[in-house]
Write a protein that binds this ligand. Structure first.
Ligand code: HEM
Length: 457
């Protein structure tokens, strides 16, 4: 059992001391705002994705490998998911490793390259112009390399590395490999130098990115966050460490057999399935031991875990039927939806409720602006609608895809869009207080209680 005591939930999450960057106060504010810029970008891409989805779902029912589907996939995987995860890691990796970012100015350049590169990729996937797609992909690869440089300089030095840090270290390496492979797949469309089938190469890239980067990060982060939300101390069974290593090794195994066109995909897929089920079991044991109530963050995390089990089931059936047939192609689409929207998006939405108001409150303190409490930066009354529309929408979309029911699938995307746009508006409202010193109207009460005492005379 790995045990790490902490005194209360919110302080533990938000005051994991970030080592002070050297330099003037303006630089410290710039660095504190970095995760918020990334999350603002993520939320904007999420809005674009949910608005576009009802127009793309028809193509997804026909066949999963199409220009608009590629564009929507990367709006979600890079624009929304990767940007949000980078934002969280810029805040938590220096805090967990007690090492400041080595190149904080590069991180801002990285953000701009990321935004320009992802927009370029998405736009050129839509029009199907491969030369511009791989030029934009090259910009994303440079951006990912800069991100990896800053992260690895914090995570790689020897020393006592916790389970979360180890998982994130491996995940960043997977992101780099997946991005380079994505670039090669795009360049190959112009010069045709890769061997093997397009679909297995595609599957190699998609699994390195979705399992090696995204899922490994989520497992690592949730081993840190979930106990902090539910228990008085961070208490993890040893199985958590083995689960992370098992997942990391089996993703590498699967990618090698897919890309090398050799047998053994079923063995590695089964190993991945076992690693993911172990993660579900570890989270289940934490939830059973909980001392704190289940809130909307935890409801999203639990809905995410249910989706993960569903995605594993769909992945297993895909292994048996293959993605080549009409039904196999639709199951592949459903597998992507349940994985990226059901599992990953639920997790990010839930965590964002707890993390980003805290980041904004911290930034305002660093900037010397009027202090705001985390509750003053949140609008919890909208959370039930976001939760139900995301999950009902994902269910309708999944069933619609598998059963080739276009109306049901489109209905699912519209429900997701309604909840998604409400979530985006609420987050935009919260994030705006990282860019302006004013306070919400509801925070005008002179008798309100703030952490650390009154902020204004
Ligand atoms: C990091 C930079 C990335 C680059 C440069 C990139 C590039 C590409 C390219 C060029 C393709 C099409 C390949 C082909 O037609 O042969 C592709 C497909 C795909 N990528 Fe990425 N990608 C990146 C990140 C990601 C991430 C983070 C994920 C998932 C988390 C992801 C998931 C997928 C999926 C699922 C497909 C197949 C989509 C479909 O069949 O419609 N990619 N990627």
């Amino acid at each position: 059992m790995i045990v790490n005591r902490h005194s209360s939930v919110e302080p533990r999450i938000h005051t994991d001391a970030v080592p002070q960057q050297r330099g003037p106060a303006a630089d410290r504010v710039r660095i504190a705002r970095l995760p918020i810029h990334f999350f603002a970008v993520a939320v904007a891409f999420f809005a674009l994705a949910v608005v576009a989805a009802p127009w793309v779902v028809g193509d997804l029912i026909d066949y999963f490998y199409q220009p608009l589907v590629l564009a929507l996939t990367h709006t979600i995987t890079l624009g929304w998911i990767t940007a949000a995860m980078m934002g969280v890691m810029y805040r938590y990796v220096p805090a967990l490793t007690k090492r400041p970012l080595r190149f904080p100015r590069l991180a801002l350049l990285q953000l701009w390259l990321f935004v320009v590169g992802v927009m370029g990729m998405v736009a050129h996937f839509v029009i199907g112009y491969w030369i511009a797609t791989w030029l934009a992909a090259a910009v994303v690869v440079v951006s990912v390399a800069l991100f990896a440089l800053n992260m690895l300089l914090c995570l790689a030095p020897a020393g006592r590395r916790g389970v979360a840090e180890t998982g994130m270290l491996l995940a960043v390496l997977y992101l780099l490999v997946a991005a380079i492979l994505g670039l090669l797949l795009a360049v190959d469309k112009t010069f045709g130098f890769l061997h093997g089938s397009v679909i297995t190469n595609l599957a190699g890239h998609a699994h390195l990115a979705a399992l090696g980067w995204v899922s490994l990060t989520i497992c690592a982060v949730s081993y840190r966050m979930v106990p902090a939300f539910l228990l008085p101390e961070i208490e993890l069974p040893r199985a958590a460490t083995w689960q992370l290593y098992g997942l990391a090794v089996s993703v590498a195994g699967l990618a090698i057999v897919l890309l090398g066109g050799i047998g053994g995909a079923a063995i590695w897929s089964t190993a991945i399935l076992l690693a993911l089920l172990t993660y579900v079991a570890v989270l289940g044991s934490l939830v059973r031991k909980r001392r704190m109530p289940i809130d909307w963050t935890m409801r999203h995390a639990l809905a995410g875990v249910v989706s993960l089990v569903l995605a594993a089931g769909l992945g297993l059936s895909l292994m048996l039927i293959g993605a080549g047939s009409a039904v196999g192609s639709r199951v592949a689409g459903a597998y992507g939806v349940v994985g990226l929207l059901g599992w990953v998006t639920n997790f990010i939405v839930g965590m964002s409720y707890k993390l980003f108001p805290g980041f904004i409150a911290g930034l305002r303190e660093t900037a010397g602006w009027p202090k705001l409490a985390i509750t003053e930066l949140s609008l919890p009354r909208y959370r039930p609608f976001v939760f139900f529309s995301l999950n009902v929408g994902v269910l309708a979309l999944t069933i619609g895809l598998i059963a080739a029911q276009a109306t049901l699938a489109r209905f699912g995307t519209i429900i997701i869009a309604l909840g998604g746009l409400l979530y985006v508006s609420v987050m935009a409202w919260s994030l705006s207080y990282a860019y302006r010193p004013s306070v919400p109207r509801t925070a005008g009460d002179p008798l309100r209680i703030l952490p650390g005492g009154p902020s204004r005379p």
